[in-house]
Structure formats: C-alpha cells, structure tokens
Design a protein around this ligand. Structure first.
Ligand code: PMP
Length: 387
C-alpha cells in the first residue's frame, strides 16, 4: 500500500474471513456451529422501564459506582480481592484487549499467547504490531516447559491467557498449572492479561482461583464479561488491574470512548448478584450441557474415524484435531453450500503451520434438533474433501 492515505497500522488490519463466515451463518436455514453466540431463545427479557432519566447524561470513565461495587464483590468472591476503585467498566471484554494492546504493544513487541488462542485477540495485538509468540496448550493448561523456554529466550511485554474453558480449545488450567504459571510470570516479571469470558459456564460446577490472584510481583489485568451469561448485545464487561496499571487503563478508556453506555451499565447492575441472574445462569448451564451432549453423540456417530477431541467441561466449543492434515479453510465453501457453518482452526494459531487440520464447533447456538444433521453434513464434506 505504497503512498496510502491511511496509517501504517492499517496494513496490519487482518481478516475478513471470520466476518464472511458469520455473515453466511446468519442466512436463514444455515445450521451454524461458527460463532460463540448464545442460543437466541435463551436471551433474557430485559426490562428498561425503571431506567432513570439521569442516565441520559454523560457518566464517568471508570463506570457507574454501584456496578463497580457489585463487580468488585463478584471478583473478590473468586479469590482475587479487589476494591470498587480497581474496577473499570468496559464496552465488551474485547475493549480490554484493545486497551491492553495500546498500553503494552509497539511494532515488534513480543506478546506471548496460547497456541491456539482467541483469534480476535491475535487480530488486535497484530494491529498494533505485536510479534505474537505461541506456546502449546495441553488440556490441563499451557505447556510449562515451552512457556518457560519462551520467557527465557525473549522476555514478552505481555502474556495473554484464557485459563478457563479456553477459546477455542476448551482447555481448563488445573491448580498446579495455575500456580506454576504465576510463579514463572513473577520470576520473569512479565505482565499477565487474564481473559475469562467463560468462567461461569462450568458444567461440573468446579471453579478455580484466577492466576492473577496467585501473583506476588508481576503486574496483571483480569477481565470478565456479561456477554456469555446475560446478553452480548449489552456489551457489558469489566477489567480489574493491579495498581500500577490501572491509571493508564482509565486514561486509555477515556481516550477510546469516554465511558461505556450508562443504560447498559444500569441493566447490568439490576441483574448482577440477583437471584434471577443465578437462576438464569443455572438454566443456561443445564441447557448448554444438554447441547454439548447432543454434539458429543453426533461427533461419536459421524467423526470417530475423522478426528480426535476432548469433551469440553464448560464454555461453548468443541475443538477437533483432524486425523489427516487438511486446511479446513478449503472446506468452507462446500460447507456453506450445504448450509452448515463452522470455524476453521487455522486462524487461531499465532504460528500458522501448527494449525493445519483443526476446527472449532460451537454447540450453544444451533437448535438441538439440527445438530446431528449439521455434523453429518460436515463429515460428508470432510470425506469428499479427502480427509
Ligand atoms: N475473549 C474471548 C476469549 C472471547 O471468546 C470473547 C467472545 N467471543 C471475548 C473476549 C469478547 O467478548 P465480549 O467483547 O463480548 O465481552
């Protein structure tokens, strides 16, 4: 783009593939396993009647005081003690990624990520010029030897981890791995960005204290969202950060959008900590567990000879490793032609060669009655494609 009217950064703006898939997935009749969307018929009824008129005025960059207090209580209950003054209300946890990238990343800055990782995080980090370094995941968390080798070889400016029902792999870090990761981050003094959108969606009820709570020295940002338990359209999310980072993040938030929508914050405050949210999440978990089981059965029927996978204990995704090395992006046109959408695995890898032959299947969105049919169609396409 010689002589472009745009910033240099724009040349690093990647990926229309995902947008194209999600757009195609919304066509009527398409069975979509592509996005991480809640089931449409499980979205709660939101009542706006009692919202005060004063919310139409500008608010503070940090967020509404009542909501910050409730979020602080929720995060403290996870074992990460925090005060309301440490909470920054955001517009989607996607905004945390953007603000963290602005805080830590210059062109060429090394950022350590899981391999695979959330692809929209890769997009943001790369937009700011990050050199994303992948560390392989196991079902119990990041590969510790590879993690330490990376920290030793070239100290990253940031480590971005999704320790609970990771997107896309579904991996959940166990206690020992959480402790070991915290100890390594402390030893190498590498800041942690801990992203936990799926924490509440645990099918076996098990929870673990965040890694941020296990740090003694390294700076940290912990981020969560209401997107997966309430409604993604509200864009209600937050971050909590260690004291040396927090003032910078508030200034970056202010520069980005002054403050998050006060009506959406008010709605979040009505739900957070309430009995009806607890009941809603309980029902949601039961419902998603059933869909997980439906997809597990469909995969056993149609994919047993095509792929390996771990049964997810929470979150929204199955992650398939194909037995033969096929770039799953090449299967997309045939899949969309057959009215079934999935997410190719390759874009989730910082180091793309490692990613060939993976795919991500969301089990929360497609109606239960159509899951088997969709999986059967995908299997047929894979077989026809030489898998
Ligand atoms: N991080 C991860 C790992 C995600 O999977 C998502 C949503 N797919 C987000 C961040 C962004 O969530 P939101 O902006 O809706 O809070």
């Amino acid at each position: 783009m010689e002589g472009s009217m745009f910033s240099e950064r724009i040349q690093r703006l990647s990926g229309s593939l995902i947008r194209e898939i999600l757009a195609a997935a919304q066509r009527p009749g398409v069975i979509s396993f592509a996005g991480g969307l809640p089931a449409a018929d499980r979205l709660p009824e939101l009542d706006w009647h009692a919202a005060p008129r004063a919310l139409a005025q500008y608010g503070t960059s940090e967020g509404e005081p009542g909501l910050r207090a409730k979020l602080a209580a929720q995060v403290s209950a996870l074992g990460l003690p925090c005060a309301a003054e440490q909470v920054l209300v955001l517009t989607g946890s996607q905004q945390t990624l953007d603000l963290a990238a602005k805080l830590f990343v210059d062109p060429g800055t090394p950022v350590l990520v899981e391999q695979p990782t959330y692809l929209a995080a890769l997009q943001v980090f790369r937009l700011f010029g990050a050199d994303c370094l992948g560390v392989p995941l196991t079902p119990r968390g990041i590969d510790l030897a590879a993690f330490e080798a990376r920290l030793q070889a070239r100290r990253p400016a940031l480590a971005y981890l999704i320790p609970t029902f990771q997107n896309p792999s579904g991996a959940r870090y166990d206690e020992a791995t959480r402790d070991a990761v915290a100890a390594l981050l402390d030893r190498y003094e590498v800041p942690l960005l801990e992203d936990e959108p799926y924490r509440e969606l645990s099918f076996d009820g098990k929870t673990a204290t965040p890694i941020a709570a296990r740090l003694n020295k390294a700076p940290w940002i912990y981020t969560g969202t209401l997107s997966k338990v309430l409604a993604p359209g509200l864009r209600d999310a937050f971050l909590v950060a260690s004291p040396e980072l927090f003032p910078y993040l508030v200034k970056l938030k202010q520069a980005a959008d002054l403050h998050s929508c006060r009506h959406a914050q008010w709605q979040a405050e009505q739900w957070l900590g309430s009995e009806r949210l607890a009941e809603h999440v309980d029902r949601l978990i039961g419902f998603y567990r059933e869909r997980r089981d439906t997809m597990q059965a469909a995969l056993e029927r149609h994919f047993a000879d095509l792929a390996d996978w771990n049964t997810p204990e929470g979150g929204l995704f199955f992650w398939l490793r194909l037995k033969r090395r096929v770039d799953t992006r090449t299967l997309l046109p045939a899949a969309l032609e057959a009215d079934v959408a999935f997410m190719p695995g390759e874009p989730f890898f910082a180091e793309p060669d490692d990613g060939i032959g993976h795919l991500r299947l969301n089990f929360s969105h497609a109606p239960d009655a159509r899951i088997d049919e969709g999986i059967a169609r995908l299997a047929a396409i894979l077989r026809a494609g030489g898998a």
